[in-house]
Design a binder for this molecule. Structure first.
Ligand SMILES: NC(=O)c1ccc[n+]([C@@H]2O[C@H](COP(=O)([O-])OP(=O)(O)OC[C@H]3O[C@@H](n4cnc5c(N)ncnc54)[C@H](O)[C@@H]3O)[C@@H](O)[C@H]2O)c1
Ligand SMILES: O=C(O)C(=O)C[C@]1(C(=O)O)C=C[C@@H](O)C=C1
Length: 367
């Protein structure tokens, strides 16, 4: 008997989860989404085995239900599913970026058949929708689980087993600690990225040429400002208190930084930047950085000419070095660009470094 899993909301996250879980023969994927075109794509691409536009119909046969809609919609879905009469036990999980408000509702569910285990895969993208869904999105990423108080270890293991094809690393957290950590490491940076874009937009009124100067630095730090505004408003609203406290801390810190600048305080500024650099560089050593982690990275300078990338890839292939991720950083016409290659482990990183250097490529391990 196959394990019947319903994914409700087949966008970036739900679609990626369904794609990964579909790789396991034991899993049978059911899809539910408000958007019929999304369901049709999911069926056509065999991401799901069957689809429903009626939630009760979709949920009735499922043993595991994963809610992958926006947070406020997920809360509505939880309340609707609570009303369904099941003839078997069912595990419900979600993927929401905030866990406190979800677990509050979960602890109030009255349906005896339901066990709720909160979930949050710590990987994503600024893109949305089923077209952006990727089977490998959660590979090596942290996948947070926040079970309700009454939940048994067996149920948690059951959910983990169904999600195993995502190849993510599960950890259990309390909702409160989850929300505090994600406010710092995920939610607040989005707010700042958007504010930096606003600052540039304002200054464009003075210097019309300004956008042309936006190079790697500005693009890197503001990528996430291109994310879905409605989704992020929802996240900020559900983690509002923590965000507001962080913003006040940030404002205080900016006041200190302004003092360093106004006093031209060289030592304090170097120390501030140095501490940030050390902490940022150290992040790469931890094995918990997210999907397809790039902590074993190699940066190769390449010329913008046909075959440049192929020659690097070909060289690594001759030594059986497997490339996990590849990204072109800022190539413009007739200028050198950089290629960031992510490999599996430190041994491969060292091997690739030596190989490329011996073949006269300009290669570094630091960005
Ligand atoms: N985008 C990220 O990087 C990221 C990462 C981790 C977790 N999350 C969380 O994942 C959830 C979904 O985000 P996403 O990026 O996949 O969004 P998305 O816009 O790509 O997908 C959302 C999907 O849910 C569907 N939907 C909306 N309301 C629905 C409802 N009531 N019933 C059924 N389907 C409904 C939409 O049609 C869409 O297909 C959010 O709760 C978000 O907090 C997002
Ligand atoms: O990579 C991105 O674009 C993301 O924003 C992914 C990201 C994040 O790292 O903040 C965003 C929201 C999540 O809930 C988890 C991951």
């Amino acid at each position: 008997m196959k394990r019947k899993i319903l994914v409700a909301g087949l966008g970036l996250i739900g679609g990626s989860l369904a794609k990964a879980m579909q790789q396991e023969d034991e899993n049978y994927l059911i899809g539910y989404d408000l958007n019929e075109e999304t369901l049709q794509i999911a069926l056509n691409e065999k991401i799901i085995d069957e689809s429903y536009t009626d939630l009760e119909e979709a949920a009735k046969g499922a043993e595991i239900i994963i809610l992958a809609a926006p947070i406020s919609e997920t809360i509505k879905l939880m309340k609707q599913i609570d009303q369904i009469v099941f003839d078997h036990d069912v595990i419900i999980s979600d993927v929401s970026s905030v866990k406190g408000s979800i677990l509050k509702v979960a602890n109030e569910l009255t349906n005896k058949r339901i066990t709720f285990i909160g979930g949050h895969p710590m990987a994503g993208s600024h893109k949305a929708g089923i077209y952006a869904a990727r089977e490998h999105l959660f590979e090596n990423a942290i996948y947070v689980l926040t079970p309700t108080n009454s939940c048994s270890n067996e149920k948690v293991d059951e959910l983990k087993k169904a999600l195993q094809p995502t190849k993510s690393n599960f950890i259990i957290l309390q909702p409160e600690e989850h929300d505090e950590m994600t406010s710092v490491i995920s939610h607040f940076p989005h707010l700042i990225a958007s504010s930096l874009v606003h600052q540039a937009r304002k200054w464009e009124q003075v210097h019309h040429y300004l956008p042309e100067l936006a190079a790697g630095g500005f693009r890197d730090i503001t990528r996430i400002a291109s994310s879905n505004p409605k989704m992020w408003q929802d996240i900020f609203a559900h983690n509002g208190n923590k965000m507001s406290r962080l913003l006040q801390d940030w404002i205080n810190e900016m006041v200190t930084l302004k003092e360093f600048l106004d006093k031209n305080s060289k030592e304090e500024m170097i120390s501030y930047l140095d501490q940030a650099k050390k902490y940022r560089d150290g992040l790469g050593e931890k094995k918990t950085r997210g999907a397809l982690p790039s902590f074993y990275d190699i940066y190769v300078d390449i010329k913008d000419q046909p075959g440049a990338i192929a020659s690097v890839v070909q060289l690594l292939a001759t030594e059986n070095i497997s490339i996990r991720n590849i990204r072109i950083l800022e190539i413009r016409d007739n200028i050198h660009g950089a290629l960031r290659l992510s490999v599996l482990n430190q041994a491969d990183q060292q091997k690739a470094f030596a190989l490329l250097q011996n073949n006269h490529f300009d290669v570094t391990i630091e960005p």
